[in-house]
Design a protein around this ligand. Structure first.
Ligand code: RFL
Ligand code: PHB
Length: 392
């Protein structure tokens, strides 16, 4: 088989890139290790920046998003029960949209089925070959047969544990990493959300987040030790712990029920540099990981593939490599800006046993500064809704 761009991974990065290339008349094949149903069963992100909504609209996957997505003009912070609203719309005239990653993925998959774009699901032993040359190849096995795809470029959109980044010789990569000593235990429940907006709560027992997927389906998280096992958390234990970390009035209003999904996600900050290796381009979680506190991972993935699609379009339309050559530097500028914000939100809101009473006083001072200063709140609002330097 031959194509122009082989895309590894059918998560949000790979599927969005597939759609962007299709729109630009560039041929692409997506190779995914899991089944489509498995990809859709992963409950992950819930918040889209305005720029992500705009990009998804520009490729025509916005019908359901516009109908079902919920615009949020702010978020609430809670510090030991003391509440502070960050009014995005009032502070900087921007907002975000609550629309689950599962739904974004489903819309992209449906669009790809309609246009007949080729996706190979359940591809085993995916290998990427000769990406240091201009004639790279992708090899995989399916149903006992081995297949090869010859291409011009490979887009590594296969997430943190994927094969793309791991195929790059160690010496060619610089890794920056911070692994946090805790994770997020998340529960999905068929109940209306406790509040109209998201609540990010700091509490001495640990961080908690009240989020949602719709007006009838809620998503809640509590910070847990990295060694915790999800089997050790009954639904009742989870609800008790969540209530204990919220403002008492909020806790009172919480509507609980049997969990539809329950899982623990580890927290990590991770950046690989560079993100281009001749014909191979990394994008999304394959290139970087942020802790979920700033709601950025999915948005970064969409940003990255927007950049990559523009560079590839320029290459095929104008025979110019300028965009491809600038890819790594441009992507990393956005990556580090977003890493900083996600790290800052994480350190403000979680408990870090190792920093002791001094650390907690600094966190409180940070929260009080947000309460007192419109500039501090604007900074948070600007970053949460998605800072783009070109917009000033
Ligand atoms: P994905 O989604 O991991 O998709 C990669 C795909 O590649 C496949 N794959 C392979 N395919 C072929 N060959 C191989 N060898 C392969 N290895 C892997 C995988 O099966 C998969 O289908 O990466 P992508 O596309 O870069 O998308 C990134 C986002 O999924 C991720 O950043 C977000 O989910 C992060 N995230 C959040 N981001 C936000 O923007 N807002 C949020 O509110 C938000 N909340 C979250 C989150 C992530 C969480 N977890 C579970 C880490 C909340 C949580 C709890
Ligand atoms: C979610 O709804 O899953 C969610 C929302 C905001 C975050 C992280 C996760 O910062």
């Amino acid at each position: 088989m031959r194509t122009q761009v082989a895309i590894i991974g059918a998560g949000p990065a790979g599927l969005t890139l597939g759609r962007l290339l299709e729109k630009a008349g560039i041929d692409a094949v997506i190779v995914e290790r899991k089944s489509a149903d498995y990809v859709l069963s992963r409950i992950r992100a819930g918040v889209l920046e305005q720029a992500s909504v705009e990009l998804l609209s520009s490729i025509g996957v916005d019908t359901r998003m516009n109908a079902e997505g919920i615009i949020h003009e702010g978020v609430e912070l809670s510090f030991d029960g003391d509440m502070l609203r960050i009014d995005f719309e009032g502070l900087i005239g921007r907002h975000v949209m609550v629309y689950g990653q599962t739904e974004v993925t489903r819309d992209l998959m449906d669009a790809r089925i309609q246009t007949g774009g080729k996706t190979v699901y359940e591809a085993e032993d995916v290998e990427i070959l000769d990406f240091d040359t201009a004639t790279p190849r992708v090899r995989y096995r399916k149903d006992g047969e081995t297949y090869e795809i010859a291409c011009d470029f490979i887009a590594g959109c296969d997430g943190f544990h994927g094969v793309s980044r791991q195929s790059v010789p160690e010496a060619a990569l610089k890794i920056y990493e911070r692994v946090y000593p805790f994770g997020w235990l998340g529960v999905l429940v068929e109940q209306p959300p406790v509040a109209e907006e998201l609540i990010y709560a700091h509490h001495h027992r640990g961080f908690a987040l009240c989020s949602m997927r719709s007006h009838t389906r809620s998503r809640y998280y509590v910070q847990v030790d990295a060694a915790e096992k999800v089997e050790d958390w009954s639904d009742d234990t989870f609800w008790d712990e969540l209530r204990a970390r919220l403002n008492p009035e909020v806790a009172e209003a919480l509507k609980t029920g049997p969990s539809i999904e329950k899982s623990i996600a580890p927290l990590r900050s991770f950046v690989a540099e560079p993100v281009r290796f001749n014909s191979l381009f990394l994008a999304g979680d394959a290139a970087h990981i942020v802790p979920p506190t700033g709601a950025k991972g999915l948005n970064m993935a969409i940003h990255d593939v927007g950049l990559l699609a523009s560079a590839l379009t320029e290459y095929y339309a104008e025979k110019s490599e300028a965009g491809l050559d600038a890819y790594s530097e441009k992507l990393l500028a956005n990556t580090w800006r977003t890493e900083r914000f996600s790290w800052w939100m994480t350190q403000l809101l979680h408990t870090f046993p190792e920093t002791g009473p001094f650390g907690r006083k600094i966190q409180r001072a940070d929260f009080d500064y947000l309460k007192a200063s419109i500039h501090a709140r604007r900074t948070l609002a600007e970053n949460y809704t998605g800072f783009r330097p070109e917009a000033g």
